[in-house]
Design a binder for this molecule. Structure first.
Ligand code: NAP
Ligand code: F7E
Length: 349
């Protein structure tokens, strides 16, 4: 019989890629989605797997819906990816972020404990846990120092996962994933904001790119490769926690420069720093040492910085060209104008 996997947050970047990966492994795939006034299935449609996955309505603030999702799917593995995942928004909605990104983990773990403690569980932990604790590569033993409501909520989820592992001997793992990007990345994250705007500028559909902190450095990898590590963690004999990264750090400025290079333009002619995109507190540097994952999981990244930027810009360019040629396909950027009049304390959209 096929194994069954339940993905919370299947409509997000990682959820969609993981669903594709598990389908290719022969899994019966279930995924939770939340009720929205406008459906958000474009990533599943884009990957051509929308009709191959089973969708269950559930919200992380609603315990009953989580219990229902587990009972309906009766999974072997749960990949808990759903979260309010945007750091910028966590400063605007700190309480909601805690309820969803933090307490949501407890709700899923508790449901597993009560319904079927044999279910294996993956928690989407994050490099944001380290905050500004180090200007060197960090690993699983490095100290945490969260720098946003988002990372504080994720730290809570990280510890709850460890507590349920030790206290109830559940098979639960923390994947401490560093930033991973792709053409399916949400438009508010800096990499996709850059690739999408650069593509539009190249086609004369946009005039400038407004950014915040250009000096902040991140360890950026390629999302389709990172979802494989989630699965690998649940295939081990013992549950454990792993850093997943490329062990390279690049600045937002470098990403921007490289993205404009792809379309043959000089970034300095188009980029403006706009303080509305600065955060009350930012993480300046993150680089991950993935030696443990390499040794124990046999996992290693192939796509590095230059290639990642190229993939993203070329895909956004291709999409806008298809759109100009009148093609219709599922895609997010069309309904996302650059000048939206959103007013917030720390605007990061
Ligand atoms: P994403 O694209 O923002 O997807 C988040 C998913 O969570 C979406 O399916 C979203 O649904 C769902 N969601 C949000 N609030 C919810 C709620 N209240 N109830 C149920 N579902 C809810 O994020 P991602 O980049 O795929 O990341 C996946 C996970 O990994 C997240 O937990 C994130 O914090 C974590 N993570 C990401 C990275 C990274 O670089 N991508 C690195 C480390 C950790 P809608 O589609 O309806 O919004
Ligand atoms: O910001 C700076 C910004 O929003 C990266 C999430 O997946 O990865 C992600 O969190 C950096 C920050 O990602 C703009 O200040 C400059 O220093 O793309 P981001 P993030 O905050 O690193 C981690 C691992 C997660 O776990 C999260 O879920 O870029 N930056 N100018 C900007 N950022 C944005 N969004 N927009 C700008 O205009």
């Amino acid at each position: 019989m096929n194994k069954k996997g339940l993905i919370t947050g299947i409509t997000g970047q990682d959820g969609a890629y993981l669903a594709k990966f598990l389908l290719e492994k022969g899994y019966e795939v279930y995924g939770t989605y939340r009720r929205l006034s406008t459906p958000n299935f474009w990533r599943l449609q884009y990957l051509d797997i929308f009709d191959k996955v089973n969708l269950i309505p559930a919200d992380l603030v609603d315990d009953a819906s989580i219990v229902e999702a587990i009972k309906i799917s009766n999974p072997d593995d749960i990949y808990h990816l759903a979260a309010q995942s945007f750091v910028g928004a966590s400063f605007e909605q700190p309480v909601g972020t805690g309820m969803v990104t933090g307490l949501g983990v407890t709700r899923v773990l508790e449901a597993i404990r009560q319904i079927n403690p044999k279910i294996k569980f993956y928690q989407a932990s994050t490099s944001e846990l380290y905050g500004n604790s180090s200007d060197k590569p960090v690993n699983e033993n490095s100290p945490f120092k969260p720098a946003s409501p988002y990372s504080a909520a994720k730290l809570y989820g990280y510890w709850l996962t460890q507590i349920y592992r030790e206290g109830y001997t559940l098979f639960v793992c923390n994947g401490i994933l560093f930033n991973h990007e792709s053409p399916l990345r949400g438009l508010e994250f800096v990499t996709r904001k850059i690739s999408n705007t650069v593509a539009k500028i190249a086609l004369d559909l946009e005039k400038e790119l407004k950014l915040g902190n250009l000096e902040s450095k991140r360890d950026w990898g390629y999302a389709p490769e990172y979802v494989e590590s989630m699965w690998l963690m649940l295939q081990q004999k013992e549950p454990d926690d792993y850093v997943i990264a490329t062990n390279e750090a690049h600045s937002v400025r470098e990403f921007t420069e490289k993205a404009f290079d792809v379309v043959g333009l000089d970034w300095q002619e188009y980029v403006k720093v706009d303080k509305r995109f600065l955060r009350p507190l930012d993480v300046n540097f993150l680089q991950g040492d993935y030696s443990k994952a390499k040794k124990k999981l046999g996992w290693e990244p192939e796509i590095k910085f230059d290639k990642l930027v190229e993939i993203m810009v070329k895909e956004d360019l291709d999409r806008w060209e298809r759109w100009q040629n009148g093609e219709h396909f599922p895609w997010d950027a069309l309904n996302y104008p650059s000048e939206v009049k959103i007013v917030t304390r720390a605007l990061s959209v």
